[in-house]
Design a binder for this molecule. Structure first.
Ligand SMILES: [Zn+2]
Length: 461
């Protein structure tokens, strides 16, 4: 009923002041409605995500799962009859966790087992594990103020929580994640022999959330692990009760030589400008103990779906449209770098790239990075998205994998879904298929298809 009224109102508007722009607006809104209808009634992305998370499963760069994911997504795009499906070679880091970590707190007579996970890229503990007194800090300033005297030979515990008052949880993450990335080296500079980092989540639970660390050159490489937030709360309480509280942990991770892997690319050929490209993408790799349903299986299947929706609706693109599954976003970004290098070498002009890597949650808008004129043009399409709950085009950035295209002058965009639950699952074993809503996932894929269509039709200049 509502829609009928809306079309009637539109018709009235067009008949009184018929302009070309309004006719286009009506045609566009009708086509975008078809995109959403098709996604919501005959979408394929949810079943693809089921297979990618449950049949393929975890897919850290260099693993057998990653190789399987490459084959799986290639097969999907071949079966969907994309015009061209191919693999792009890329060498990727090969870090392995090895056997499951062991950890416990020793406080007085208590010995309490705690859930930890080695941080991506971390070295192993010495054989038999590492045991030492724990020093808790909230930030690097506090750590440096303690000085080498108090830190040497200890395990540093970084316990600054993500700020729960930030409505955008990515900002809260940004405000805490330096502890994971750089904390181990900061601790090592003062002589620490291990680092334990509070998991990057606002939730209190028993899942350690891993993620990459970056060892600084010149600082010793000490073993580092994430502790669950419940574990962090307990450890902090025990340290307050007993300053001699110790941690024991053992982990077996190691970095093996780089291995060959692939980005997976599927395309619909452009009819007017086949050598100009518009990309939608996500990253194919996940952490090793996670199905990577939200991070970033969702972005991968939404990207395939965005191109597929335009294809099944009979849309003939002017420019070549590509769905790209980038390899190795989590611990190296080698796929994104290789993709941009190849585009440069082959002189492939990329008009725009849209990444989905913020989870398969209900879409609220798109981030846009471009010139003010490019941004203004994209923002002018906002009213075509509002019927589907996307009210804001503009604020926010592009994704990590498409970042290396920036020097080409490519407009970089990112699907922005609701962020409240993302870090409940991020880089943890609970990032599983059952946490993704079919409809929310499909709305995201449809939104990307609609954006792809508008950029292809109108360009960004
Ligand atoms: Zn991701």
């Amino acid at each position: 009923m509502k829609h009928k009224l809306l079309s009637a109102a539109l018709l009235a508007l067009c008949s009184t002041t018929a302009t070309f722009a309004q006719a286009d607006y009506q045609a566009d809104s009708i086509f975008i409605r078809k995109i959403f209808n098709t996604a919501l009634s005959e979408g394929h992305s949810y079943e693809y995500l089921r297979d990618l998370t449950q049949k393929v499963g975890a897919r850290l760069s260099g693993s057998a799962g990653a190789a399987k994911a490459v084959e799986y997504t290639r097969d999907v795009m071949v079966k969907e009859n994309f015009d061209n499906v191919f693999l792009q070679n890329v060498m990727v880091p090969h870090w392995v966790r090895g056997a499951k970590e062991k950890a416990y707190i020793l406080s007085g007579k208590q010995k309490i087992v705690i859930p930890i996970a080695a941080l991506g890229g971390s070295v192993a503990t010495p054989k038999g594990g590492t045991k030492a007194k724990v020093i808790e800090v909230q930030n690097f300033q506090e750590l440096r103020a303690l000085g080498a005297d108090k830190v040497k030979g200890k395990i540093v515990f970084f316990n600054r929580p993500m700020d729960p008052t930030r409505l955008n949880t990515f900002e809260a993450y940004g405000g805490a994640v330096e502890q994971r990335g750089y904390g181990p080296s900061e601790a090592a500079k003062l002589g620490a022999i291990g680092a334990i980092v509070r998991s990057m989540t606002t939730r209190l639970d028993d899942f350690p959330h891993t993620g990459s660390l970056r060892y600084a050159s010149g600082a010793g490489m000490i073993p580092a692990a994430a502790i669950s937030t419940n574990g962090a709360e307990l450890l902090s309480k025990l340290i307050k009760e007993n300053v001699d509280t110790e941690i024991y942990f053992e982990q077996f991770s190691e970095t093996l030589p780089d291995v060959p892997s692939h980005n997976v690319i599927g395309e619909l050929k452009g009819s007017e400008n086949p050598a100009k490209y518009i990309v939608v993408g996500g990253h194919l790799d996940s952490w090793d103990f996670a199905q990577g349903a939200h991070d970033d299986g969702s972005g991968c299947v939404q990207s395939i779906e965005a191109v597929r929706l335009l294809k099944v609706l009979g849309y003939k693109p002017k420019n070549t449209l590509r769905a790209v599954m980038f390899m190795n976003e989590e611990n190296g970004l080698k796929g994104g770098i290789a993709y941009a290098d190849s585009a440069k070498n082959k002189n492939e002009k990329h008009i725009a790239a849209i990444e989905s890597d913020r989870g398969g949650f209900i879409p609220l808008g798109f981030g846009v990075v471009g010139t003010p004129a490019q941004k203004a043009k994209i923002v002018s399409w906002t009213k075509l998205f509002t019927p589907y709950g996307l009210y804001e085009l503009g604020p926010g950035g592009g994704g990590a994998d498409i970042g290396p295209l920036a020097p080409q002058g490519t407009v970089l965009m990112e699907l922005i879904p609701d962020s409240q639950r993302y870090f409940d699952y991020h880089h943890a074993a609970n990032d599983t298929f059952d946490k993704v809503s079919k409809r929310e996932l499909e709305l995201g894929g449809a939104s990307m298809a609609a954006m792809l269509y508008l950029i292809d039709k109108y360009g960004v200049e």
